[in-house]
Design a protein around this ligand. Structure first.
Ligand SMILES: [Zn+2]
Length: 55
């Protein structure tokens, strides 16, 4: 699972495909609310606030 900013979305997708050999599902963080999970407050690849969830 990757939580990324807009700039690193492509990188996250690339890595996901490499690792899992299938395309990930994309969600906008604003649209997902998981009760038992709190989104990290920074991107996986940089210090920006994340915008997308790649799973
Ligand atoms: Zn980033």
């Amino acid at each position: 699972m990757y939580v990324v900013c807009g700039e690193h979305l492509e990188q996250a997708i690339d890595e996901f495909v490499e690792v899992y050999e299938m395309p990930p599902d994309l969600y906008e963080l604003e649209e997902v609310s998981l009760t038992d999970w709190t989104a990290p407050n920074r991107c996986t690849f940089c210090d920006r606030p994340p915008k997308y969830l790649v799973v």
